[in-house]
Design a protein around this ligand. Structure first.
Ligand code: UDP
Ligand code: MG
Length: 328
């Protein structure tokens, strides 16, 4: 198989047929050796029926349907696990990612780039969104080790090497923007004009975006924990200074009236710092909790793939034998 295209779909009944048509039109011009993998992420509309009908009409169209909504990260992961192409494209179902770019991406990929990344500009986005996005990227890039670039999303072509690398990262909390950047390899960025969704509505609201944003900061390293430590150290330094100043003024001027303001101020300042720090620690513990459960990222309800097609299945780790056992 030369080319796989992975398309996560969640309630996309209005647009999915159009997307499939556009994809087929573009892919046929490139090669005949391709597959389109639609991942139905627990849609509650008619998406799955449309996908089944599409799969009937063309054998190169595959679908994987989840038992419920597991999120776009899980859907992309499933697509990658089932894909067998030498090159794999990930794209949205709403035609915001223009399929016309695939030909150009393939050219770069074949000339040796492992990740060909499509980058959109922010034309047509609201000024508020653009502003928050810019701020967000600035903060995230300061707080994490991996570099995230504004306008770069999940739309990209990956070589087999890059796909296998992604599949080897089997963490439960997946933040793919970070994972793509973490695996490295040779990257090429191509630019395209921003597009609005062809039909249907976006699945994002402010709360989801905020959650996603926090995930991005926390899922990559422990710098936030270190910042809590620094904050605590600064607060402690200031309070020591204040304490010495108080002692000196008592020594030279005698005991003054106890300060109501300073007491309340100190209690609330330290209370705040402690709560924030505990919150950050809690976030990490929550993540550890999910990691150690080792639950699968998704459950497949139905698919037209043959069984055991999935790649990168988790290897069962057996406990290492200790030396005593071997001697026996
Ligand atoms: N999506 C998904 N599962 C979800 C939410 C979204 O598979 O829980 C898919 C959705 O069908 C689309 C892509 O992720 O193909 C991007 O979603 P959307 O267009 O709503 O996001 P936006 O483009 O507005 O960021
Ligand atoms: Mg979209």
């Amino acid at each position: 198989m030369m080319l796989s295209v992975v398309v996560p779909c969640y309630n996309e009944e209005k647009v999915i047929e159009m997307t499939c048509g556009e994809l087929l039109k573009n892919l046929k011009e490139i090669t005949d050796d391709f597959e389109i993998i639609f991942v139905n992420d627990g849609s509650s509309d008619k998406t799955i029926y449309i996908l089944k009908a599409l799969a009937e009409s063309d054998g190169r169209i595959k679908y994987i349907s989840f038992s419920r909504n597991f999120g776009k990260e899980a859907a992309m992961l499933a697509g990658l696990k089932f894909s067998s192409g030498e090159y794999t494209v990930i794209m949205d179902a709403d035609l915001q990612h223009p399929p016309e770019l695939i030909a150009e991406m393939l050219n770069y990929a074949q000339s040796g780039y492992d990740q060909v990344i499509a980058r959109r500009n922010r034309k047509g986005d609201s000024a508020g969104n653009t502003f928050f996005a810019k701020m967000y990227y600035r903060i995230v890039n300061r707080l994490t080790d991996v570099e995230l670039i504004d306008g770069v999303g999940d739309f990209r072509m990956l070589s087999r090497k890059a796909v296998d690398a992604l599949l080897s990262l089997d963490e439960y909390n997946r933040f793919s923007k970070g994972l793509f950047s973490w695996i490295g390899f040779k990257e090429k960025i191509i630019n395209y004009e921003n597009r609005q969704r062809a039909a249907g509505k976006t699945k994002w609201n402010f709360r989801a975006l905020l959650r996603y944003g926090i995930d991005g900061v926390l899922s990559f390293n422990n710098k936030p924990l270190r910042y809590c430590f620094v904050l605590g150290a600064i607060a402690m330094g200031i309070s020591f200074g204040y304490l010495i100043w108080l002692l000196l003024s008592i020594a030279f001027e005698g005991i003054d009236q106890p300060g109501y303001f300073t007491t309340i101020f100190t209690i609330s300042l330290f209370g705040g710092i402690q709560l924030i720090s505990i919150g950050v620690i809690g976030e990490y513990i929550g993540r550890i909790y999910y990691e150690v459960k080792h639950r699968p990222h998704f459950l497949v309800d139905e698919t037209n793939f043959k069984e055991n097609h999935q790649r990168g299945r988790r290897r069962i780790r057996r406990p290492r034998q200790c030396s005593d056992d071997i001697e026996e």
